[in-house]
Design a protein around this ligand. Structure first.
Ligand code: TRP
Length: 328
C-alpha cells in the first residue's frame, strides 16, 4: 500500500512566498512521487480558532484552493479539498482529545504565542488546535507531513497521541514525520522572524504585481551598506537570505563581498530582487487566471476531493469506533 502524505494551510487569506517555498513546494514534490498518496486541504476549522472575519472565510478558503491549483497541485494526482467538508476530522479530534492533558496543550509555544496575540480570545478551540491537527493527520494514517519547522511541536503531539492509542487500543496509526523542504525558512520583510500572514508588511503575496513587490521591498529595513561582518540577524540578513533563495548563493556572495568592501547599494539590490521574485511567481499568476475565470472548476475540485477524503476518513472512524467500544 502507498504511504500517505497529509498537509494543509490555514484559511487566513491568499498564500504568500513563505507558504510557497516553505510548504507548497514540498506538497508538489510528494504529489509527484509515485510512492505516496497525497491529501492537501485548506484548514478552515483551524482558521476559526483565532478571531476571523465571517464574511471573508469562505472566500479565503476558495482562494487558497485556487492558489494550490495555480502552484501545480493536481486533482488527478492529489486529493484537494477543505477540512470542514469532511466532518470526521472533528469526530476523531474529540476522541483524541481524551488522550492528552490540558497541561500539555498549555505548554506548547504556539499556544502561548496566540495567547499573547489575542489575550481576550483564549478559547477551548484554540487550546485544542493541536489535537485537531493530530486528527487531520491520523484520520488518513498519513506518515509524512510537509510543513514548516515551526509546526514540529504539533507533530510531536500527533506522534504522542498515535503512540498512546496504538498501545491502548491496538490501532495502527503511523507516527507522522515532518517532510522538510529546501529553503523552507523564508524571512520576514520587517527584519524580524519569518514571513507571516498575521504580520502586516512581513510578506509578499503570490498574487502581488511587480510594483507591489517593489513597494513592499522598499520598506524593508537596511543599514549603511557596509560593515566589518555580515549581519546574522535583522533586515540586511533577511534581504541577503531572500537574495539567496531567489537569485542563488553566488549572487548572495557577491553582495556579501560588497558589504565587507565598497558597500552595497540597497536600491539596486531591492530592484533586482523584486524582479527575480516576480519571475518566479508570474507563471503561478497566469495559471491562477484559468481558475479565476471559471469558478466551477474550483468548486468541482473541492467537492470531488471531499468525497474521496470522506471514503478514507469513514473507514478510519469505523475502525476506531470498534476499537474503543463506541456503539455502531
Ligand atoms: N497548523 C498548520 C499551520 O499553521 C496548519 C495545519 C492544520 C496542518 N492541520 C494540519 C498542517 C495538518 C499539516 C497537517 O501551518
Amino acid at each position: 500500500m502507498k504511504k500517505r502524505v497529509f498537509s494543509g494551510t490555514r484559511a487566513t487569506g491568499r498564500l504568500h512566498l513563505g507558504n510557497y517555498l516553505g510548504a507548497v513546494k514540498g506538497y508538489l514534490e510528494l504529489q509527484n512521487n509515485p510512492d505516496y498518496e497525497a491529501i492537501y486541504m485548506v484548514m478552515d476549522l483551524h482558521a476559526i480558532t483565532t478571531p476571523y472575519d465571517k464574511a471573508k472565510l469562505f472566500e479565503n478558503t476558495r482562494n487558497v484552493v485556487m492558489d494550490y491549483l495555480a502552484c501545480g497541485l493536481d486533482p488527478e494526482k492529489s486529493i484537494i479539498t477543505a477540512q470542514s467538508l469532511v466532518p470526521e476530522h472533528t469526530f476523531l479530534a474529540h476522541i483524541l482529545s481524551s488522550e492528552i492533558t490540558v497541561a500539555r496543550m498549555q505548554h506548547l509555544p504556539t499556544f502561548k504565542e496566540k495567547v499573547k496575540q489575542h489575550p481576550d480570545h483564549v478559547t477551548m478551540a484554540l487550546l485544542n488546535y493541536p489535537v485537531l491537527m493530530a486528527s487531520d493527520i491520523l484520520l488518513y494514517k498519513a506518515s509524512l507531513v510537509p510543513v514548516g519547522i515551526d509546526q514540529e511541536p504539533h507533530l510531536e503531539v500527533a506522534r504522542e497521541i498515535a503512540r498512546k492509542i496504538n498501545e491502548k487500543y491496538g490501532t495502527d496509526f503511523p507516527e507522522p514525520k515532518r517532510f522538510a523542504t529546501q529553503g523552507e525558512y523564508v524571512p520576514s520583510l520587517t527584519g524580524e522572524g519569518k514571513m507571516s500572514k498575521s504580520v502586516e508588511g512581513s510578506y509578499i503575496g503570490l498574487t502581488d504585481s511587480l510594483d507591489e513587490i517593489k513597494k513592499k521591498l522598499s520598506g524593508a529595513p537596511t543599514d549603511s551598506g557596509k560593515g566589518e561582518a555580515i549581519p546574522e540577524k535583522g533586515g540586511v540578513a533577511n534581504l541577503f537570505k531572500l537574495v539567496e533563495l531567489f537569485e542563488g548563493s553566488e549572487k548572495r556572495k557577491e553582495y556579501e563581498e560588497k558589504y565587507l568592501g565598497g558597500g552595497v547599494r540597497y536600491g539596486e539590490l531591492k530592484t533586482e530582487l523584486a524582479e527575480a521574485i516576480f519571475k518566479e511567481i508570474e507563471p503561478i499568476q497566469k495559471q491562477r487566471k484559468i481558475y479565476e475565470n471559471d469558478p466551477s472548476l474550483v468548486e468541482r475540485v473541492i467537492k470531488e476531493g471531499a468525497e474521496k477524503a470522506g471514503i478514507i476518513a469513514g473507514k478510519t472512524i469505523e475502525e476506531i469506533k470498534d476499537k474503543i467500544g463506541l456503539i455502531k
